[in-house]
Design a protein around this ligand. Structure first.
Ligand code: EPU
Length: 418
């Protein structure tokens, strides 16, 4: 890519990766055909589809219709193998539904990844509270229960997205009431809760810190529209600000991005909320903005690299604090190759804005680091080559054609590996 182009025009945001993968897992809870709409065309959807097929489902992903249909049989296999789990850590989200449906789940332990160690202790403790046993054997988490799970009271140490989902999806068909306190409140969690309620689950407190779930005997399949991807929308918002451009992000929901949009306003952008989207405009060099990542409704960790890129060319210095994933600052070493001035110390990064970045070859190590590097490449003088684009494919569908339509000079040199 060659930097220096102002981005202008409209983009459409599709459904959220971090919702649709869990909605696909939730489908396991009901025998019959579930249809998901507004599904993004990303690699992780293919991987999750393959995982569900191995469990006995028939899965059809119709890219042109942005839909996935999942036919769930009466009897499921309950093993998620390492070859798929290692490719996509989110595979762990089948744990709760499998345990609920089969009274057994053998799920390969995902291990660490490029953004940190990412424990499962809260998932496991929650399932134990619902009457399951769980052991770690030969690299697999082997969970089982004698008959139906039973309702229980759980207070999470931290509002973990994954642990909230695992326990919620296990509890919806448990015998009796489950109360989960200090749950994650991300829009993707609300989306899963809404689908579960449509399937016949009884879930109260949706969108708050406490979920109260009254178990039902069984659920029925539904058609559900995936919530819009707030992180993709936020990435486009930063693209507008960093290129001093003007982008209308259709399908984006401003209420899911409040703090991030406020930060852009502080940086000097004009942000307009539209009936079906957000328009972000910028016509001057951005001002540096401090960031502290926190669980929703705090500033999302998944937008942290994009805002480091923005700060790298801003006027002034910014302190960025990462509270969720300890290794997410690894990408600043790549950003430094483009001339960014970033110093890290533990979970803090000090970004001193520079008037210009200069193009160089860099490597994307995870989805959001990749997004941050693309944004930096858009404003770096000369040519930037980003390796490891398959990471970006996992979270952003049609990114390069969209960038080209908005005025970027970017081409793809290799097809993604599947
Ligand atoms: N944690 C534990 N023990 C647990 C669970 C979590 O220590 O039992 C820790 C993790 O190690 C981490 C923190 O709690 O330090 C947050 O983890 P959380 O469970 O909230 O995150 P996650 O479910 O693993 C999801 C998204 C991430 C997103 C985070 C935070 C999916 C597939 N992934 O991860 O998305 O950053 O929530 O919002 O939904 C991405 O899309 O690039 C991405 C990494």
């Amino acid at each position: 890519m060659v930097g220096g182009c102002r981005l202008e025009g409209r983009v459409q945001v599709t459904g959220a990766k971090n919702s649709v993968l869990k909605l696909m897992a939730a489908a396991l809870l009901a025998e019959g055909t579930t249809t998901l709409l507004n599904v993004p065309d990303i690699l992780d959807v293919e991987i999750m589809g393959e995982l569900l097929r191995r469990l006995g489902c028939t899965v059809e992903h119709r890219v042109e219709a942005s839909s996935v249909t999942i036919e769930v049989p009466a009897t499921l296999d309950h093993r998620a193998d390492y070859d798929l789990v290692r490719r996509m850590r989110a595979s762990i989200c089948v744990l709760g539904p499998l345990l609920a449906r089969c009274q057994a789940a053998d799920v390969a332990l995902p291990g660490g990844d490029n953004i940190g160690s990412r424990g499962l202790d809260m998932h496991i403790e929650g399932l134990i509270r619902l009457g399951a046993t769980a052991v770690n054997e030969h690299g697999y988490l082997i969970a089982s229960s004698q008959g139906r799970l039973t309702g229980g009271e759980i207070s999470l140490d931290f509002p973990s997205v994954g642990a909230t989902e695992t326990i919620l999806m296990a509890a919806v068909t448990a015998d009796g009431r489950t109360v989960i306190d200090n749950v994650a409140r991300e829009p993707e969690i609300v989306d899963i809760c809404e689908m579960l309620v449509a399937m016949g689950a009884r879930v109260a407190g949706i969108g708050t810190s406490t979920l109260v779930i009254d178990g039902v005997e069984s659920l029925h399949p539904v058609t559900h529209v995936t919530v819009a991807d707030r992180i993709v929308a936020g990435t486009w918002a930063v693209a507008a600000a960093i290129t001093r451009g003007d982008i209308t992000i259709m399908g984006a929901r401003a209420e899911h991005l409040q703090i991030a949009l406020e930060k852009l306003v502080i940086a000097g952008a004009r942000v307009d909320e539209l009936p079906d989207g957000i328009r972000v405009r910028m016509d001057a060099r951005p001002q540096a903005v401090d960031i502290v990542t926190l669980p929703y409704p705090g500033f999302p960790t998944d937008l942290q690299p994009q805002f480091i890129a923005l700060n790298a060319i801003a006027d002034g210095a910014a302190l960025v604090t990462e509270n969720l994933f300890e290794a997410r600052f690894r990408f600043v070493q790549e950003l430094a190759r483009l001339g960014a001035d970033v110093r890290t110390d533990g979970h803090h990064a000090l970004v001193r804005g520079r008037p210009r970045l200069s193009g160089a070859p860099v490597e994307a190590t995870d989805i959001r680091a990749g997004a941050g590097l693309v944004l930096a490449g858009l404003v770096a003088e000369g040519t930037t080559t980003i390796y490891g684009v398959s990471h970006i494919d996992r979270g952003y569908c049609g990114l390069i054609p969209d960038l080209v339509r908005l005025g970027a000079r970017i081409t793809r040199q290799h097809e993604p590996e599947l």
